[in-house]
Design a protein around this ligand. Structure first.
Ligand SMILES: Nc1ncnc2c1ncn2[C@@H]1O[C@H](COP(=O)(O)OP(=O)(O)OP(=O)(O)O)[C@@H](O)[C@H]1O
Ligand SMILES: [Mg+2]
Length: 314
């Protein structure tokens, strides 16, 4: 029903379309109907995306002028189809295509990276006396992480879909802390803060995928804080919301922030305001969190900067 799609209440009979679509979020619909010429015989069709009650909807609005046999104007017939879900399906299907392309591009440099690391190990391991252990650990990390990427990419490539989820019990706060720790070392100019409130229960999740969630969110924050002059701050906090039955993870920064109309859009595939950005990061985050039965959103209440929150059932 159009009423349900549009969240309009009350009796609509015999109302002018201007009254039905009086709210500002319906501007696009009102204008496209208003643009109909009185002598227009065809049905006009327009794809519009509007935000109703915080949720973005993709609609097809069709309108036609209705006339009597004497060609007197009687009114407008408007039909509205909600194609939000169809659009999302199309995006998911488009994903396969992107996955293949990205996989191909990622795979190329992996072999030389792996070989170089092996060579470093072979050539220098015996010669380094100072901090030999650090050297070995670093090289081993490169080799093993490259192997993880290779497996991931292979799976992506073969099935053009996300790899199977392999869930195990783990500590999400610990994972976040670990990853943030790595970033802290890499970016000494940025002030990273980690907080965990109270006891956080163990959850069942796919470790490799949740790592990607954290990395994507932190990469976005790094970019966001770089766009600002002020001292860069990134916060990661984890808490157990007992009433809500979820563990909440928040990644917050004092960067350029997300504009009002972007809170929903940033999770769309290919949506990016970044130079050279692919708009993949948050779509991947959303797909992973969906898979885990959770939800992810951008907090509209934040005053400065951005706060992306994901919740996992606990
Ligand atoms: N922390 C943030 N602060 C401000 N804007 C953000 C933040 N995170 C995401 N965004 C906005 O959301 C857009 C989409 O993010 P997403 O991670 O999906 O893609 P991307 O970062 O542009 O590209 P990719 O992740 O594929 O390299 C970004 O281009 C940016 O405009
Ligand atoms: Mg990103």
């Amino acid at each position: 029903m159009a009423k349900d799609i549009l969240d309009v209440t009350g009796n609509l009979e015999r109302l002018s379309y201007r009254d039905v679509f009086s709210r500002s979020e319906y501007d696009v619909i009102r204008k496209s109907i208003g643009a109909l010429k009185p002598d227009f015989k065809e049905i006009t069709e327009k794809n519009v995306s509007i935000t109703i009650g915080g949720a973005r909807k993709e609609l097809i609005v069709r309108a036609a002028i209705l006339k009597t046999a004497q060609r007197e104007y009687q009114g407008v017939v408007i039909t509205i189809d909600d194609i939000t879900d169809i659009k999302r399906m199309q995006q998911i299907m488009a994903w396969g295509e992107v996955a293949r392309k990205v996989a191909h591009e990622i795979k190329n440099p992996l072999t030389p990276i792996n070989l170089s690391a092996q060579r470093l190990k072979k050539k220098f391991f015996g010669q380094i006396s100072d901090e030999a252990q650090v050297f070995e650990e670093c090289v081993e990390t490169i080799i093993s992480e490259v192997e993880i990427i290779r497996q991931l990419v292979d799976e992506f490539y073969r099935f053009a879909r996300m790899p199977e989820t392999k869930r195990e019990e783990g500590d999400i706060a610990d994972l976040g802390k670990q990853i943030l720790g790595n970033y802290r070392e890499l970016y000494p100019d940025i002030d990273f803060t980690f907080t965990v409130s109270g006891e956080v229960p163990k959850l069942n999740f796919d470790l490799a995928k949740l790592k990607r969630v954290f990395v994507n969110l932190l990469e976005n924050s790094l970019w966001a804080v770089k766009q600002n002059e002020s001292e860069a701050k990134v916060y990661l906090s984890v808490e157990h919301d007992r009433d809500g039955g979820v563990v909440k993870v928040m990644v917050e920064d004092n960067g350029i922030g997300v504009s009002d109309e972007d809170h929903e859009r940033i999770f769309d595939l290919y949506y990016s305001r970044k130079e050279g950005g692919k708009g993949l990061g948050l779509s991947i985050v959303k797909a992973i969190i969906d898979e885990h039965g959770g939800k992810v959103y951008s907090d509209k209440g934040i005053e400065k900067g951005a706060r992306i929150i994901f919740e996992l059932p606990a």
